[in-house]
Write a protein that binds this ligand. Structure first.
Ligand SMILES: [Zn+2]
Length: 448
């Protein structure tokens, strides 16, 4: 049923679409605001100087989970007077979430639809992961986004432009609009799926007409626009900042976006399951929001020394109705607690390094990470993506530009074999990279 409605929406005339998008915005607003929250009770982005591990906050949170959430009954045996003790709590993995959907929320929840947000994320293998999230956490996340936009020099009451995976036009649509204007949010919501060398000027024209003062959305969408603009020597001015979310963003692409739009780019980091948990400052570091507790751990779930890489593990303190405690994100990072030099004083991740599942699995079960290095010899490609089809085969999708050198791909294949061993490595030119069901782009997709 949902897909029928969505099809009607996607194919309807612009004015009908705009009406529907606005009605949906009103419904969402109502949903977000239906619970009165006293924000002063919460540690938010602006309250930065508090001690990172707050014993009483953690203890109350853990106790509530132990008493009310069936899955977390075992927490009654745990004490959490210190960070070291907290580390004894077993990690919450995606597999556990998958198997305990109905045990992971509080017995005090009387109306699931009213108190919980039902979400779905792409999960580590591309299989959708269903979960419940405390609605309070969703509401506070929204507030923290607004605080962060303000920090970045944006006025949240001004017009904005967003590029995302929200489907606003059918995939084969060849003429604009590839967007819809949502009056209630004063937001031009644009499709990430329709940006190309042929269409990017339509987007710029729409921006010029609407005159947004700040921008948000998928980094891959903004980078695609930026790359097309740089190729034609076009710069768009008028945005105070672009704040990206949902996907990773390389330094190289960030710089391209900054060049094409003549404004700073700030990346945020979070997951649907636990919300936004860190934000990038002007020095490019990802500061942890005080609403979350973030650890970087080794394969045994114990914290690694600052400055060392490990898996990012997140606890969302606003999620007491559906708590996620020590959630293993599958992302890798390096933590620092020394001053960064900016105004935000919380610990930070210096960078978010790939995804833990981003590895090629070789015939002999080795995990080859940092797979971007396979592409190093390539000359003249805009974007690329590795598809591991089986243990025997990887295919490299490339989107070439006019400097493309086919010969260099021979070196890529040779180079790749040095990393992955005896495997069939081939490459092909594609128009679009493959996306996850959620619309996110991933550099490496493993199909088994
Ligand atoms: Zn900083």
């Amino acid at each position: 049923m949902k897909s029928i409605i969505s099809n009607i929406y996607i194919n309807s005339p612009y004015i009908v679409k705009r009406l529907f998008a606005n009605l949906e915005a009103i419904r969402r607003d109502k949903y977000r605001k239906s619970e009165d929250i006293d924000y002063s009770n919460f540690r938010t982005f602006k309250t930065v100087s508090q001690s990172y591990y707050n014993v009483s906050l953690v203890e109350n949170f853990i106790q509530e989970a132990a008493n009310n959430v069936p899955y977390y009954e075992f927490l009654k045996e745990y004490t959490t007077h210190s960070e070291k003790e907290f580390e004894n709590i077993p990690l919450l993995t995606k597999e556990i979430v998958r198997g305990n959907l109905e045990n992971l929320f509080s017995k005090n929840v009387v109306n699931i639809n009213q108190q919980l947000w039902k979400g779905s994320s792409s999960g580590s293998t591309g299989m959708p992961l269903k979960y419940y999230r405390d609605k309070q956490s969703v509401t506070i996340e929204r507030k923290q986004y607004n605080d962060f936009y303000t920090y970045c020099g944006c006025d949240i009451n001004d017009k904005s432009v967003r590029i995302s995976g929200v489907k606003v036009a059918s995939f084969n649509k060849k003429r604009p609009p590839y967007w819809v204007y949502i009056d209630r949010y004063k937001q031009l919501q644009c499709s990430a799926y329709h940006i190309s060398k042929e269409t990017y000027k339509d987007y710029i024209r729409a921006f010029k007409k609407v005159k947004p003062t700040y921008a948000t959305g998928f980094p891959s969408g903004w980078a695609a626009l930026a790359e097309a603009m740089i190729e034609d020597g076009i710069v768009y001015k008028g945005l105070n900042a672009i704040i990206t979310d949902s996907e990773g963003l390389s330094l190289e692409k960030k710089e391209k976006i900054q060049k094409a739009f003549a404004c700073p780019v700030y990346q945020t980091y979070g997951l649907g399951e636990v919300g936004m948990c860190s934000v990038q400052c002007e020095n490019g570091n990802y500061h942890i929001l005080p609403s979350h507790y973030v650890e970087v751990v080794n394969e045994n779930g114990n914290g690694v020394e600052d400055g060392n890489i490990g898996e990012i593990v997140v606890t969302d303190f606003n999620s007491s109705k559906a708590p996620f405690i020590r959630y293993a994100t599958g992302d890798m990072g390096i933590m620092y607690r020394t001053p960064c030099g900016c105004k935000i004083e919380t610990p930070y991740l210096s960078n978010i390094v790939g995804r833990i599942e981003d590895y090629i699995l070789t015939k002999d079960n080795r995990k080859v990470t940092r797979v971007t290095q396979l592409l190093k010899p390539a000359i003249g490609i805009n974007e690329s993506q590795i598809i591991q089809v089986s243990r025997e085969e990887i295919v490299i999708n490339v989107i070439p530009n006019e400097n493309f050198d086919k010969e260099s791909m021979k070196l890529v294949v040779k180079n790749a074999k040095e990393f992955v061993g005896d495997m069939n490595v081939s490459w092909r030119v594609v128009d679009n990279l493959e996306r996850m069901p959620s619309g996110k782009l991933k550099f490496l997709i493993r199909k088994f």
